[in-house]
Design a protein around this ligand. Sequence first.
Ligand code: SF4
Length: 264
Amino acid sequence: MSKPAAVRRAGASAPLLRPLAHAGRAALALEAHRRLCAVYGCPIAYFHALPPLDELVSSLLSHRTRNADSARAFRALRDRFPSWEAVRDAPVADVERAIAGVTWPEAKAPALQRTLFAITEQRGGLDLDHLAGMDAQVARAWLSALPGVGPKTAAAVLSFSELRGRALPVDSHHHRVAQRIGLIPRSLPVGPSHTVLEALLPPEWDAQQVYDHHEVFMLHGQRCCFFRSPACGRCVLLDLCPEGESRRTAAAPAGENNAPSPEL
Ligand code: SF4
């Protein structure tokens, strides 16, 4: 299938491509979603169903940490302490010992306790059940106001937990693919990219579709659009992707691939 007009790009070579306007980027997001869903199989099953507070703790532990290590630390907390209240009130050294396998346990242990204290102060107890009845944007703002909770954690709590809310988490793989195909500028960090990328999605999409969007971009980053050597030659997004075009042009022998494509 050919590219929709809105995702065709003007210009002769990838580095010179003009940034797309919002409508063009929305069309590009949709087309990339369609192709990646065909590869990875949508709808994608949710990988677990934790209560929102458990998801919050899990997400806080996972920052810059391998999934297996953060899952082990989460289990260690559950085994070591009878409740989240006990984690909140424990000597910080005990919490740090339990999560020793994650990156920066010495910072994450006190940060986790600060977050749990803040929830207790605001809610009068340790639960996030009130989020279930909230509008997704309001819930996201409430979570984001907690100490230590950024846009990714807030979106993860809403989307990945039993809440099954409509929110788009953006991890480093998702972010890299989005940058390379031109959905967001290279200069936009992961945090602020959440709002920009979610605004490109059709407002009528439900929570599952938004979740699928994150998952297929993440999977593509893990399995094809690698950080160091992306496998552009087998990528279904190649004809949409300035980075892929640029790499292909750079790899081609002199005199080849320099002529503008009829599509450009
Ligand atoms: S063409 Fe290359 S750089 Fe672009 S999304 Fe695919 S793998 Fe990543």
